[in-house]
Design a binder for this molecule. Structure first.
Ligand code: CA
Length: 385
């Protein structure tokens, strides 16, 4: 079997209700989808990166992939990584591009072997993966009625935890906003905050101390994504556990955060970290250092399926006879913001029940792509031939 064709689809769609976080405000959603076809007609789907990654895939990767055996994922992954490594291009667009190709190769391997992703990884440790609701972004005219209604809806839907944004308002107003959510959901629901890198270490420490009594379960991306010393400073000087890592692009990016225990929870994204292949490496490094792995998930059914399948295989951290989500079990992000791509691109829109999602059992990613939806969302299509 040989790889015959590489295609990529840059996709985007508008959303009805715009929303914001500390770094931006959006009225659309998008992604980059990779399709790899073999000479036997087997098709694998992947997702990773954005528009510049599309160029990386076609200019740098396609010549190295076409004609090769798609089942030798390790050989191909390292060939692509090394192709970028010498020029220090493995981060950013390169990491996204490699992720999209890697996930598509795993999908092909599953379809050829008749196994799911988790089966190919040696089997699932758990049949269901715990998820938390990501929402409670900033919206127009949200405070307090709309914001509280959204938080209450997540409790009603069965989530044991949810995450909101900070860093988009003054510290005083953000504290008031988080307090309103805590008051609405009660003390028994996990609540997390995400600054999306908006603070200096000093401000983040101030925010963490002001929120001390609200039982916040983690403080995500308090400072710049590559600031290991900043993370250590925040972790050491305020009471909330620190999380981050959604824009790490390979195990070398993650190394210092993990080896120096600069965070309590690491959150790689399968679309950026280098796909399933590299996420496994980072997860093993983190586990050995006592760092929880709670994947960042913010894309289509392709990466949602890959993320659930991989998370199902993670070791407990630490081991326990009766493990619980948020304590020893991983907890995966479950994006609840408006996104027609997430709901319409594939045959399955993954749903949660009681704060858990089932591990996909079909071959490969276990999903069928709706080609009409793909065409409808597509802004730019590239093909290797
Ligand atoms: Ca985040």
């Amino acid at each position: 079997m040989k790889i015959e064709r590489i295609e990529t689809f840059l996709i985007e769609c508008p959303i009805d209700e715009p929303f914001g976080w500390s770094m931006g405000w959006t009225d659309k959603r998008g992604s980059l989808i990779t399709k790899i076809t073999t000479d036997d007609g087997v098709v694998g789907w992947g997702e990773g990166g954005g528009s510049p990654s599309q160029t990386v895939i076609h200019d740098c990767f396609a010549p190295l992939l076409v004609g090769e055996d798609p089942l030798n994922i390790n050989r191909l992954w390292h060939r692509l990584f090394q192709n970028l490594h010498n020029d220090n291009l493995t981060g950013g667009f390169g990491g996204g591009a490699l992720s999209g190709v890697d996930i598509a190769l795993w999908d092909i391997a599953g379809k050829v072997s008749g196994k799911s992703i988790s089966e190919m990884l040696g089997g699932a440790v758990r049949d269901k993966v715990a998820v938390y609701a990501t929402g409670l972004y900033y919206q127009d005219d949200e405070f307090p009625t709309k914001l509280i209604a959204e938080a209450e809806a997540y409790v009603e839907a069965g989530y044991a935890g949810m995450k909101t944004k900070v860093g988009g308002l003054s510290v005083a107003d953000d504290v008031k906003r988080v307090q309103a959510i805590r008051d609405a959901i009660g003390d028994d629901v996990y609540l997390m905050i995400d600054a999306n890198k908006a603070y200096s270490a000093r401000t983040a420490i101030d925010v963490g101390r002001r929120l001390e009594d609200l039982n916040i379960h983690w403080f995500e991306e308090p400072v710049l994504a590559n600031d290991v010393d900043g993370y250590l400073e925040v972790k050491s000087n305020q009471p909330i556990p620190v999380a981050g890592g959604e824009v790490l692009y390979n195990r070398f990016d993650a190394r210092d955060f993990i080896s120096r225990c600069a965070l309590d929870i690491i959150q790689p994204d399968i679309r950026y970290i280098g796909g399933i292949t590299e996420f496994r490496n980072v997860a093993a490094m983190a586990n050995a250092n006592g760092i929880q792995v709670n994947p960042h998930v913010w894309g289509s059914a392709i990466m949602v399926s890959a993320s659930i399948s991989l998370t199902a295989t993670f070791a407990l951290c630490p081991y326990s006879r009766s493990p619980n989500p948020y304590e020893q079990e991983p907890v995966m992000e479950f994006d609840q913001t408006p996104n027609p791509i997430r709901n319409e691109l594939a045959s399955i829109a993954f749903g949660q029940s009681g704060g858990f999602v089932d591990v996909p059992r079909g071959v490969g990613l276990g999903i069928e792509i709706d080609l009409a939806a793909l065409e409808r969302f597509c802004l730019r299509h590239f093909s290797s031939k």
